[in-house]
Write a protein that binds this ligand. Structure first.
Ligand code: PEP
Ligand code: MN
Length: 346
């Protein structure tokens, strides 16, 4: 349910409403928009229908949220969410997050080299996998905690927020110590215990669309994280399975405006995993910005031939710089901002 407050409701009345909602055994989520203040009330549906919410002073109306993804819905919040990612980088509401870096962290020197080149080219978030969800158990599984340490060090040195994948609820506490942003991969989009666990942190989470997941499935997974208290969910379209094997996956670009109509959460695009083809990544990156994406995620590597994971789809820093130049022009045309990370304290 959504409680619509009277325009002149006081802070005391709002505090009283929140208290009452808690007494009734429901959870609440306050959203102060420019025009109206709303309180989302979350709980068991029959109990909510019966609850005398309308009788509380300061309440103008109580309306049901018809969508199953309640907190994520535009009904609940009509303005775009904007999240701070660290070092002055934001995502949402016209701010673009540009993630670059290798599929897997392979060592300090190589990550540093890739990170410097990617940042120079315009990336504002550094990626690197320390725990890799490989299709084969015999493929490189990642450097684990040592990789996390390297990622954190390089992020600090370059003053860039970092993102890395978390695969298991038992890893959340460890990874939380090293990363600025969690990534939940396509294979774990419906790992509900993992969603609940990151939902109880306050770090931004990039939630990738599962390869057979509908847009509504994606929003329901986001709802899990939101319902556990973490508001900072960034959706990511990374391609879905199709019958056509000429690309790694099928990039569903229409999902971007589709999702944006349904939710206030930002959505970014990963053309690297969607296409698996460096020749297609530049055009699909530009198309993502044109479609309204709040960022683009691209795997980069200085020496793709020796990459331990996803080498064939990585862009060289020079190729990344070229596509970034065009994305910046496109962003400017659309009135969007790609911020360079700012040094802490400046
Ligand atoms: C990745 O980002 O390296 C990755 C494994 O992506 P996805 O979960 O989209 O396959
Ligand atoms: Mn990868």
């Amino acid at each position: 349910m959504i409680i619509v407050l009277k325009p002149d409701s006081t802070d005391e009345q709002i505090a009283h409403i929140l208290e009452k909602v808690e007494e009734m055994g429901f959870r609440h989520d306050l959203s102060r928009g420019e025009k109206r203040t709303l309180i989302g009330v979350i709980g068991e549906e029959d109990a909510l229908r019966e609850a005398p919410l309308r009788a509380i002073p300061g309440v103008e109306d109580v309306v049901p949220v018809l969508k199953p993804y309640k907190l994520a819905s535009r009904e609940f919040q009509d303005f775009d969410s904007v999240f701070d990612l660290g070092y002055g980088v934001k995502v949402g509401g016209g701010h673009l997050m540009m993630i670059a870096g290798p599929c897997a962290i392979e060592g300090k020197d190589i990550l540093h080299e890739i990170a410097v080149a990617s940042k120079e080219a315009g990336a504002n978030v550094l990626r690197g996998g320390a725990f890799k969800p490989r299709t084969s158990p015999y493929s490189f599984q990642g450097m684990g905690e040592e990789g996390l340490q390297i990622l954190q060090e390089v992020g600090h040195e370059l003053q860039m927020p970092v993102i890395t994948e978390v695969m298991d609820p038992r890893q959340v506490e460890l990874i939380d110590r090293y990363t600025d942003i969690f990534q939940i991969g396509a294979r774990n989009m419906q790992n509900f215990n993992l969603l609940k666990e990151v939902g109880s942190t306050n770090r931004p989470v990039v939630l990738k669309r599962g390869m057979s997941a509908t847009v509504i499935d994606l929003l329901m997974s986001a709802e899990y994280i939101l319902a556990h208290g973490n508001k900072q969910v960034i959706l990511c379209e990374r391609g879905i399975r199709s019958f056509d094997s000429s690309t790694r996956n099928l990039l569903d670009l229409a999902a971007v405006p589709n999702v944006k109509g349904l939710t206030h959460l930002p959505i970014i695009v990963d053309p690297s995993h969607a296409t698996g083809r460096p020749d297609l990544i530049p055009s699909m990156s530009l198309a993502s910005i044109a479609a309204g994406a709040d960022g683009v995620h691209i795997e980069t590597h200085c020496n793709p031939e020796i990459a331990k994971s996803d080498g064939p789809q990585a862009l060289l820093p020079t190729q990344y710089a070229d596509v970034m130049k065009q994305m910046k022009q496109m962003a400017e045309l659309l009135g969007k901002t790609i911020a360079d990370p700012v040094a802490v304290g400046s």
